[in-house]
Ligand binder design. Structure first.
Ligand SMILES: Nc1nc2c(ncn2[C@@H]2O[C@H](COP(=O)(O)OP(=O)(O)OP(=O)(O)O)[C@@H](O)[C@H]2O)c(=O)[nH]1
Length: 650
């Protein structure tokens, strides 16, 4: 059994195309972690439910922590002969390797046995499984959508032959001066295996005050004495909580179809609304990378050999851990199926959006919760959302929906925030529902081609490397096409990621060769090798360079023509710190490359996060992956629940 990092669930068998059926029938419905926006605020005793939920979540987090500690001990034992005996015996292997039968931690058993309730066994409906089912079930739709788009350009496509593909030298007559200098990404990237900075180590005994989390029903100020002894568990039972997609009654404001938007978006002036700041950014980033590159010389040392004096574990039972565990629990995961990578990722996402969260939450709570929103409150909320890069369309939608609800009933601030979270999830999930393809995962036993496009420096090559890593870990056969033939060191950069992930790279050694020819070769190689996931890197281009956008259209036509049976995804890589400029980019790329989704990068930096809502509301494109760091592990499939919790959760 292998953990599929795209679907975020275990696959039973290689080669199967259908995911596990949801376990809803077996499950005892647990309490909802995040009341839907239709929650009845007049509930006579809402606190009681919250407290019991809080206990369940905390017990779940403890069980997950204990399990991870055991995995850590197992990995130490594997490195240091004799360490297993020292660590006391039973260990659970890490998810990528473990899994023939996910070992349920002794803690879970102990907790369950304590009361005989054994609720931890009650597998909740797995939202991810359900999603994945639809994803597979609708793959044909996705393909046909692509095929339809391809038809729109069929006149050109039909006329293209492999010979013609090779004839395009000089198409890039207008190189973009802002193209960042080549640097190998991993020369500056943190070592993914490096432990995260820990906060407040918890050793023998620890007292934790969990932060209030309205989403999960944990009220503020639950102070719990936790010792390692607690992990042996007298708690009654763990209800692995689940999340249901919110069914909220929202006004229908359909985002305009990409094709319907006026051509003004193609205007070069419109495309670079803030040319000066963009150039400055590109220059500053280039300089920073060069500095880091110099500082990083000589290249990364070999990882030190494990020693008994190794630093203490970075895994701590702190507030971040509990929050991350709750978020996983709320999505139907079980404690024994959690990995350090997932916890680390959620912590990272939460930290990346921390500043925005603090601003939004504090100020929102001060203006909502006083009945219908007055004119001043409305303006305050609008300003807050716009500052967070949410964009005008999404802001209007959110404010209208919130106002409509608050006119119906007065909600206290916490309930109003819960309602708001439902609105945000609804916006983020709408394009997924429209595509009827909630999870983007390669289909086993079939060629999947993912074309990555975007402006210079958005993070395309890094994203290719991270996706290749996820693909490899999930046991898909992968191949990379180095179709950025423009930037001098781009092929080397991709090759570095190829070496790092152990994935073959198809490249043309000549400079300024036609990228479409590289794609043509890569498709042929992928077919010959029976590759499942072909990742295509393309050169960065500004959306207002018409010849470069034409080049991109040509690449897309080559793919459509030469791999008619492949499942094709065209992903725009968007630097989330560009805010609304990113939306203008997306509009033009959507036409040239028949975009099917977006990868948001750099959410760990100065990004405010709201651009995710702007993308989905304005463009109707789903966010498929988010990146929050330069390391190989710093990219994950997008989950609206996690994102909204990181943005507005307590
Ligand atoms: N902090 C942070 N940096 C990122 C992330 N993704 C990429 N980067 C960095 O952004 C810079 C540009 O990344 P590349 O992958 O080279 O971008 P690109 O789009 O391929 O660039 P061009 O080929 O020039 O168009 C590199 O320094 C990356 O390490 C992210 O999620 N967070």
């Amino acid at each position: 059994m292998v953990f599929d990092w795209f679907r975020r669930q275990y696959n039973q068998a290689q080669g199967k195309t259908e995911p596990d059926p949801p376990k809803a029938a077996e499950a005892t419905p647990p309490p909802k972690p995040d009341p839907t926006p239709n929650v009845d605020p007049s509930d006579p005793n809402p606190e009681a439910t919250s407290e019991s939920d809080a206990e369940n979540y905390l017990a779940w987090a403890k069980a997950a922590f204990q399990n991870l500690k055991q995995q850590e001990a197992a990995s130490l034992a594997a490195q240091i002969p004799g360490a297993a005996a020292e660590t006391g015996g039973t260990v659970t292997p890490a998810p990528e390797t473990a899994v023939a039968e996910p070992a349920k931690s002794a803690v879970v058993d102990a907790i369950a046995d304590g009361t005989g309730a054994a609720k931890a066994e009650a597998a909740s409906p797995d939202a991810t499984s359900a999603d994945a089912t639809s994803a597979d079930a609708t793959s044909a739709d996705a393909t046909s959508a692509d095929a339809t788009s391809a038809d729109a350009t069929s006149a050109d496509a039909a006329a293209l032959t492999p010979g013609e593909v090779a004839e395009a030298p000089g198409i890039r007559s207008d190189p973009d001066p802002t193209a960042p200098d080549p640097t190998a990404p991993d020369s500056t990237a943190p070592d993914p295996t490096e432990p995260m900075a820990s906060e407040g180590a918890v050793t023998a005994a620890l007292t934790i005050e969990t932060k209030g989390s309205d989403a999960t029903g944990i009220t503020t100020g639950i102070t719990t004495g936790i010792t390692t002894g607690i992990a042996t568990g007298t708690d009654a039972a763990i209800d692995p909580p689940t999340i249901d997609p919110p069914t909220i009654d929202l006004p229908t404001i359909d985002p305009p179809a990409v094709a319907d938007r006026p051509d003004s978006s193609l205007d070069p002036a419109g495309g670079t609304a803030a040319p000066v700041s963009f150039l400055q950014r590109a220059e500053a980033e280039r300089q920073a990378r060069l500095d880091r590159l110099k500082a990083a010389d000589p290249p990364e040392p070999e990882p030190p050999a494990p020693s008994p004096d190794a630093p203490p574990s970075a895994l701590t039972f702190d507030d971040d851990f509990v929050w991350s565990a709750e978020v996983l629990a709320a999505q139907g995961r079980e404690p024994e199926q959690v990995s350090v990578e997932e916890i680390d990722w959620l912590k990272q996402l939460r930290q990346g959006l921390g500043k925005t969260r603090q601003n939004l939450l504090n100020q929102l709570k001060s203006v909502v919760g006083q009945g219908p929103l007055g004119a001043d409150a409305l303006m305050d909320i609008e300003a807050l959302l716009l500052q967070a890069d949410v964009g005008v369309e999404a802001t209007d939608f959110i404010v209208e929906a919130l106002q409509a609800k608050l006119r119906q009933e007065a909600l206290p601030p916490d309930q109003a925030i819960i309602y708001l979270k439902g609105i945000l999830r609804d916006i983020l999930d709408r394009p997924l529902k429209a595509q009827n393809n909630p999870v983007l995962a390669p289909h086993h036993g079939q060629l999947n081609i993912w074309l990555l496009t975007g402006v210079n420096g958005a993070g395309k090559t890094t994203t290719i490397g991270k996706l290749a890593h996820l693909g490899k870990k999930s046991e898909y056969s992968c191949l990379i096409a180095a179709a950025d033939t423009f930037r001098a060191a781009a092929v080397q950069q991709v090759q570095t990621w190829g070496d790092r992930t152990g994935i073959e790279v198809i490249a043309n050694p000549g400079q300024n060769t036609d990228p479409a020819a590289v794609v043509f070769d890569a498709i042929a190689a992928a077919k010959a090798r029976g590759t499942e996931l072909l990742l295509v890197d393309t050169a960065g281009r500004l959306q207002n360079k018409k010849n470069l956008m034409a080049e991109l259209s040509k690449i897309r036509r080559i793919i459509d023509k030469n791999a008619p049976d492949a499942v094709i995804e065209s992903l725009l890589v968007l630097d989330s710190s560009l805010g609304q400029n990113g939306i203008r980019q997306a509009e033009v790329f959507a036409e040239a490359a028949n975009l099917t989704g977006v990868v948001l990068t750099k959410l760990d930096g100065s990004a405010k996060g709201g651009v995710a809502l702007a993308v989905t509301q304005k463009l109707g494109l789903p966010i498929r992956f988010i990146g929050a760091g330069e390391g190989i592990e710093d990219l994950r499939p997008f989950a609206s629940y996690e994102f909204v919790e990181a943005l507005l959760g307590g």
